[in-house]
Design a protein around this ligand. Structure first.
Ligand code: ATP
Ligand code: ATP
Ligand code: MG
Ligand code: MG
Lengths: 227, 227
């Protein structure tokens, strides 16, 4: 499970301080499906980067399954990240010079999966997001929504315990967005813990609880009814 | 005005042909505000790139203010692009190593605007999109929505005759998205021609006409009522 206590993140740009997160505390129990909403610049991606072990907080504590993440060195952090977490980045972050399928295979390389099996699993993940005809295109040969779906396929291919999705439907039309949510709900039913950042109320309505952010703080927590 | 006649764009990836646009014909009169909607991969960005003189069609004709764009060489194309068109890219396309304000200044360098005036106008454009406190941040020091707003500021700073906005609110919360549409509507009232690609019906409702795309073709054209 995920437990954050008094977490802060302050960026220093020259003499200017940006307080991206201010004393954040929250708890997500294993198997829950929650959402994070809030205005542009309110700290959502910053929190996701800390939860995804991609960034360290300035102060406060992050426990992942009772492991105090803040005490780990970079190598241990990378191991946790690659084994437990599937991350959909807000800006996709695909490798520009390799095909969609090669991009999706990347998380499987840490798990020591052999070459033939990696290719097969990556193709299956791409099929799930409707991208089989585009498997061998490079990112600059894909539409915006197609790149986003490659990023989603990459996040789910290794069957991680936790999925952190930072605005996974931002570049998608309604139909594709609904299909992506169906994939996430299917994974949730298999027992995965899922945290999704979204600007779309429709998307948030698929979850159990919504954290509303404002200016680096949690303004209020909403239990989702009528799901 | 913008007139496209029998426009096609076919991508060749090895032996595979992707028909991104198939015999597209449309006309946008000077001063109109129109939208393009359609599923992921239906050809919207491809059309925008042709309209923005960033890409050439495989066949067909594109006339911009009675100038046959297809007959121009790359240098002439670049001149038209820099003088007449402000472009908001779906993936922002900011220069990673320079600040937000320097990014916004770029279109003004083609117009021979002096250094002091460039800085002032760029800061005004950033103020319009609510980003004054972030003017000196680099793109990787900005949130997703902030980067999108820098891209919008850059598209409007040189007061171009035409604005092509490819999903300008995709990374924005509802409030920021509404503010961006207010900016575009203000420019429209000043006489600018605006074409916006969007997945959001709310956004499209602000325009006069919507082109619905599917599989590289215009499926139908909708006149927007009750604006
Ligand atoms: N350079 C390229 N080479 C091959 N195929 C390409 C290339 N660029 C785009 N495509 C394909 O052309 C089709 C149309 O792409 P386009 O970017 O116009 O879609 P779109 O309507 O903007 O989609 P989205 O809503 O996802 O942004 C897509 O299926 C894409 O895979
Ligand atoms: N490396 C950095 N240095 C300085 N400031 C930063 C840095 N990264 C982010 N920020 C600032 O921290 C604030 C929070 O950023 P964050 O990316 O978490 O916002 P967000 O809630 O994800 O916004 P959006 O909805 O626009 O994606 C923003 O105002 C941003 O300008
Ligand atoms: Mg963000
Ligand atoms: Mg597109």
């Amino acid at each position: 499970m995920i437990r954050v206590t008094n977490l802060s993140k302050i960026y220093q740009t020259g003499s200017i301080e940006v307080r991206a997160l201010l004393n954040i505390s929250l708890e997500v129990v294993t198997g829950e499906f929650v959402a994070i909403m809030g205005p542009s610049g309110s700290g959502k991606s910053t929190l996701m980067n800390v939860l995804g072990c991609l960034d360290r907080p300035t102060s406060g504590c992050y426990q992942l399954d009772n492991l105090a993440v803040s005490t780990l060195d970079d190598k241990e952090l990378a191991t946790i990240r690659n084994r437990k977490i599937g991350f959909v980045f807000q800006t996709f972050n695909l490798l520009g010079r390799t095909s969609a399928v090669a991009n999706v295979e990347v998380p499987l390389m840490y798990g020591g999966v052999n070459r033939k099996a990696r290719r097969q699993r990556a193709l299956e993940a791409l099929a799930k997001v409707g991208l089989s005809p585009r498997a061998f295109h490079k990112p600059n040969e894909l539409s915006g929504g197609e790149r986003q779906r490659v990023a989603i396929a990459r996040a789910i291919v290794s069957n991680p315990a936790i999925i952190l999705a930072d605005e996974p439907t931002g570049a998608l039309d309604t139909k594709s967005g609904t299909e992506v949510m169906a994939i996430l709900e299917g994974l949730h039913q298999q027992g995965l813990t899922i945290i999704v950042v979204t600007h779309d109320r429709e998307i948030a309505n698929h979850t159990q609880r919504i954290y509303h952010f404002r200016d680096g703080e949690i303004q209020y927590i909403e239990e989702v009814k009528n799901r």
